[in-house]
Ligand binder design. Structure first.
Ligand SMILES: O=P(O)(O)OC[C@H]1O[C@](O)(CO)[C@@H](O)[C@@H]1O
Ligand SMILES: [Mn+2]
Length: 478
């Protein structure tokens, strides 16, 4: 049985110290492996199949290199919008803009000089939760968390919350999304790939009513893989550099298939077929806007067409998050943009999906829990309402890398630990993770598989070229 006491906090009790520059990794105690938690899988192997140093270096690299670049890019974008903001909001708007740039520069300095994490000072409804948690860990560790010392998941989430704080403190620009332009561009730059995909989806949807069980299996498998690889397109892994889908994803599926390290599609299909006899919604916890969102919407459309459900419940973010994550505004903008497109299929699906929001066959919720730093084993404590919602879904798909890190607690699991074990009691109803690997944690591999893939690709854990479809059907009574 698990020591649940360890998970009262989303970060491990043992503060990580191996992401400190120059700090020796080899030879550290088992419970400090990887700087992100206790080894839970037995043995001392890190998530990299025994090569321990690489794991710490990715967390370190993110905080040292990627996060400051993301912050600089924000300051740059915000500054460049000054003419537009002045036109629309006058001098007060300009003052807000300057304040945002100032806050972002200060934050960048705090990250780079490993300053202690400080309390939030805005009036957002989640501020007390963040601050209470900060007090608790500070008391527990007798020192405040710091950027290069504390668990990666927490400080990275905190950075995005601080960006939001800069916006919340504005007089006029409280709705400003510092990542909006990048997200919009990501969709615009993917238009050719979107058109090809929509044309294909329409053909498949027409075939569904007369399709055999094998055909359905083939279609669902294909669209699960499309949604899976859509996750390659996020703007955070590329430190805000453009990362659109420019080629047809359909042409790439065949060649990408061998890179799916875990494929539980058959179990997912079995579960989906149970939906033919019951009336339960299907949840999709979204990740990135742009092409990935399009692939998720396509999967949703196919699931409806197959009759596995009559309602798809999407879950988005309540604030701009990890650069490209979907907010309510991104979701609506995407549907609106599609419906206004000159391309026939884009217009068709844009209008169809806007109607779905109106007729209730699609629902989108943006719960605050998704933008807290807590892993999903803590959902029941922090967001019982959301947990209950997922419990009523036939299955919940979790898209992307950050969702995966939160599912498995971002702990340093042995790669062969069972997915179910890594969930540590999070079983609202069956769950399926669709994730391209962009962080150095993975579970559910076969013995020796990590070593094999490492020989083929040294950075397989973090470059987004490898993926997993992991399913857990366990259900716990509420
Ligand atoms: O959009 P995703 O797939 O959650 O990935 C976001 C990025 O955030 C991280 O989880 C942390 O930076 C990465 O590992 C990944 O690059
Ligand atoms: Mn993301």
């Amino acid at each position: 049985m698990f020591d649940f006491d360890l998970y009262i906090y989303p970060v491990p009790r043992q503060p990580a110290n191996d992401v400190m520059p120059g700090k020796a990794y080899e030879g550290e105690g088992v419970d400090r492996v990887n700087g992100r938690g206790r080894e839970r899988g037995g043995g001392r192997k890190g998530a990299g199949g025994g090569r321990k140093g690489e794991v710490s270096s990715f967390a370190f690299k993110t905080i040292k290199d990627r996060l400051p670049v993301i912050l600089s890019k924000i300051a740059d974008t915000v500054y460049r919008s000054k003419v537009k903001v002045k036109e629309e909001n006058g001098e007060d708007g300009l003052e807000d803009l300057k304040a945002i740039v100032g806050s972002i520069s200060k934050l960048r300095n705090e990250v780079q000089t490993n300053k202690p994490v400080i309390p939030l000072v805005d009036d957002r409804s989640d501020t007390p939760v963040w601050n209470r948690y900060l007090t608790e860990v500070t008391e527990r560790d007798q020192a405040p968390p710091k950027w290069f010392v504390s668990p990666w998941l927490y400080v990275e989430c905190y950075m995005y919350r601080r960006i939001q704080e800069a916006v919340e403190k504005c007089k006029l620009l409280q709705k400003y999304d510092v990542f909006e332009d990048q997200k919009k561009k990501a969709l615009m730059d993917s238009q050719d790939a979107v058109e090809v995909l929509f044309t294909y989806l329409k053909t498949i949807i027409h075939k569904v009513p007369s399709a055999s069980e094998d055909d359905i299996t083939e279609y669902v498998t294909e669209f699960i893989q499309i949604s899976l690889w859509g996750n390659k397109c996020d703007l955070s892994i590329s430190a805000s550099q453009e990362n659109a889908q420019t080629e047809s994803i359909l042409d790439q599926l065949h060649h990408l298939a061998p890179n799916i390290l875990i494929d539980n599609t058959q179990q997912v299909l079995k579960r989906l077929r149970e939906g033919l006899d019951v009336n339960q919604d299907i949840s999709i916890v979204l990740d990135n806007a742009g092409f990935e969102l399009i692939t998720d919407l396509c999967l949703a459309e196919l699931l409806l067409a197959c009759g596995f459900t009559t309602v798809i419940r999407f879950h988005g973010k309540a604030m701009p998050w990890f650069v490209s994550d979907v907010t309510m505004r991104d979701f609506m903008w995407t549907l609106e943009t599609l419906s206004e497109s000159g391309h026939e299929e884009m217009k068709y699906f844009g209008n169809l999906w806007k109607n779905r929001l109106t007729d209730g066959s699609w629902i989108i919720n943006c719960h605050d829990f998704w933008t807290l730093p807590f892993d999903y084993s803590l959902m029941k404590n922090y967001a019982p309402d959301l947990h209950k919602l997922l419990s009523s879904s036939l299955i919940t798909f979790f898209k992307g890398d950050l969702n995966y890190r939160k599912l498995v607690g971002d702990l340093s699991w042995n790669t062969t630990v069972k997915f179910e074990t890594s969930l540590r009691g999070f079983h609202p109803n069956p769950v399926c993770a669709l994730r391209t690997c962009k962080a150095d944690v993975v579970v559910g591999l076969q013995e020796g598989q990590a070593d094999e893939v490492k020989v083929k690709d040294d950075s397989w854990m973090v470059n987004g070229n490898w993926a997993i479809i992991s399913y857990c059907g366990k259900v716990q009574p509420n």
